[in-house]
Design a protein around this ligand. Structure first.
Ligand code: ATP
Length: 588
């Protein structure tokens, strides 16, 4: 397959403002791709080389890339740098300079997808002394044979800045359409993806084995499963009603979600975003080897710091300090030990448990777990008595947790990988008053600042995630809660995501001064949710011609650990609005 096919589609995707058009182009691309190359196309189009859990990044630095462009185009490095200063995009610079190059190489070979992918792989694997030179020469070699448009995308890929706005979910949609269409295909493909977190593997499986092969996809050691998430409700009556009158009520520990894969002496720990975080928790690796009595298992839990002196649970921030630190871990383990509270088993000794009802999975967990000081089981009661659950809730809060997660226990209470559904419902103390709970929103636009904020942004246009259409619907303009430091760094922080037209996955009626690719997630609190004709979140859901807006929104914090699809959903905000109405009605 020629790389040109990919570059042509990338160009069309980059120019479109419509989500459906983007999907059409992807379908076209998938249909034009031979079976054996579809995995590579899936990774490259979504801006990666490998699934995220492999933790391999291309990470070519700007300077290095400039050198490669200089070699391939024959222009001096200073000229490359100058052009880059003007364009702000090394991809564009490579394209422009290559187009200006007087003599094209005599033996110009058209680039194939395999060559581009293979070379990028080599670049990602170059380590140690001589790595820089090797990277430059690999990249320069590719660019020498590239036409200008191809060079634009090769450079952006090498820098890990492709940013076409094609999310994994968008690609899955296109796969479903290309290989059969219909809801049934979409659901099966999404489940396979949620069980493996690997877009390339899923694409290859359907291309080679069709929908039957997709249905056969099972959880496997070493591939993280997307975590099941919880919905929220503010009253226990509603929770019990939703869960059929009886549930398993469990402590909601406030820490870090960890999925542990154990196979003999190998243990891999994955974060909620499927990153491999094993090296940050050597204490848990040792402890899990002792605590899990099975040849192979995948278990799910929450990791919480404890005070070594009192045994009390500590705030989550203490663990987050540990994340990303490569040194001094041993010392920190002593100072802030952690406990992993396990609440689910997804796989034991070759058996995929994700389709089993919850209490069966929990039983399987209890059967293989020998509790230790560091690996414990989550506290729970199974009850249909609201008084008993309420007392348990108070005990949970008293012991330093956030409240409860109430879980369905009926025959359909399977593990819904990657879903925020009604099988798990969280009940936190804070829901008892209006909008004291925060929401996670995605920045999709920015407004230029005036007066004191000149040179920075005055506000950000924020959106909730709409998983049904895989788009982001706007819900407020966020201008408060930023410190002076935040304000100073905003333009720099968002610069890489600015694009000159509305991103296709953004649904907005308001036009900001700058459109932003939906990437950054911010935690926001507001006073209340109101109807608004200006915002697209929940449009027509409550009233014709009106959407919902968050009034007086304020920044709580940046959520670097969240991907945009983790943001609060439109449905949740519609739900929060309805609940707010009910509360107001009952008070008056
Ligand atoms: P929040 O900010 O309210 O924790 P969230 O978006 O991080 O929400 P949710 O899916 O809404 O996550 O809430 C469930 C989360 O609670 C899980 O992802 C997990 O990290 C944590 N948790 C703590 N204890 C439990 C438990 N016993 N069962 C399931 N999840 C638990």
């Amino acid at each position: 397959m020629l790389f040109k096919v990919l570059a042509d589609v990338f160009e069309k995707i980059e120019a479109t403002t419509k989500r459906l058009e983007m999907t059409d182009y992807l379908v076209e691309l998938i249909k034009a791709t031979p079976k054996e190359s579809i995995g590579k196309v899936a990774y490259l189009t979504t801006g990666t080389l490998y699934p995220p859990f492999m933790g391999i990044e291309l990470g070519v630095a700007d300077k290095l890339c400039q050198k490669a462009i200089s070699i391939a185009t024959g222009f001096r490095e200073e000229i490359v740098e100058e052009d880059y200063k003007k364009s702000g995009d090394l991809g564009k610079t490579a394209e422009d300079l290559l187009a200006k190059k007087a003599i094209r190489t005599l033996f110009h070979r058209p680039l194939t997808l395999d060559r581009v992918y293979g070379t990028l792989e080599k670049i990602s694997q170059a380590y140690g002394s001589g790595a820089q030179e090797a990277k430059i020469s690999h990249l320069a070699g590719l660019l020498s044979d590239a036409d200008p448009k191809e060079a634009r995308y090769i450079v952006r890929m090498a820098l890990s800045k492709l940013r076409l706005g094609v999310a994994d979910m968008t690609f899955l949609d296109a796969l479903a359409i290309a290989f059969g269409g219909g809801k049934e295909y979409r659901e099966a493909i999404e489940r396979a993806y949620n069980l493996t977190s690997d877009i390339g593997y899923v694409a290859e499986t359907i291309a080679k084995g069709g929908i039957d092969a997709i249905r056969q996809v099972k959880v496997t050691f070493g591939r993280p499963i997307k975590p099941q998430l919880a919905e929220r409700l503010s009253s226990l009556e509603e929770i019990l009603e939703k869960l059929g009158g009886k549930c398993s009520a469990e402590y909601k520990y406030d820490g870090l979600r960890i999925q542990a894969h154990i196979q003999g002496s190998s243990v891999i720990l994955f974060s909620r975003r499927q990153e491999n975080i094993t090296s940050q928790f050597p204490d848990l690796v040792d402890a899990l080897q002792n605590a899990i009595r099975a040849k192979e298992a995948i278990v799910d839990g929450e990791c919480v710091p404890v005070d070594p002196n009192t045994g009390d649970l500590l705030p989550f921030q203490v663990v987050s300090q540990r994340r990303g630190r490569k040194y001094d871990i041993e010392k920190m383990i002593g100072e802030i030990p952690v406990v992993l509270f396990l609440f689910d088993a997804l796989y034991v000794n070759g058996e995929d448990l994700t389709l089993k009802p919850y209490l069966e999975r929990r039983k399987a967990l209890e059967a293989i777990l020998q509790e230790t000081e560091c690996i414990r089981i989550a506290e729970k009661i199974v009850s249909d008595d609201s008084k008993e659950i309420e007392a348990f809730f108070h005990k949970a809060v008293q012991e330093g947790t956030e409240g409860l997660v109430c879980k369905a226990i009926g025959p359909n209470s399977l593990y819904e990988a990657g879903k925020r559904g009604w099988l798990w419902i969280k009940w936190k103390r804070s829901y008892r008053s209006e909008m004291v709970d925060t929401v996670d929103l995605v920045a999709v636009g920015a407004f230029a600042g005036r007066g004191r904020r000149a040179g920075s942004y005055g506000a950000l246009l924020m959106a909730a995630y709409n998983p049904k259409d895989d788009v982001f619907d706007t819900v407020c303009k966020l201008g408060s809660g930023f410190t002076d430091e935040d304000l100073a760094r905003l333009p720099e922080l968002f610069k890489p995501f600015i694009i000159d037209h509305k991103p296709p996955r953004v649904n907005a009626l308001i036009k900001p001064d700058f459109w932003l690719q939906p990437v950054k997630v911010l935690e926001v609190i507001g006073d209340e949710i109101t109807l608004s004709p200006l915002h697209t979140c929940g449009f027509n859901a409550i009233r014709q011609g009106s959407g919902l807006a968050i009034r007086f929104p304020r920044l709580v914090k940046f959520r670097e650990e969240r991907v945009p699809e983790d943001a609060t959903t439109v449905e949740e905000i519609v739900d929060m609005y309805r609940r707010q109405l009910k509360r107001v009605e009952s008070e008056t």
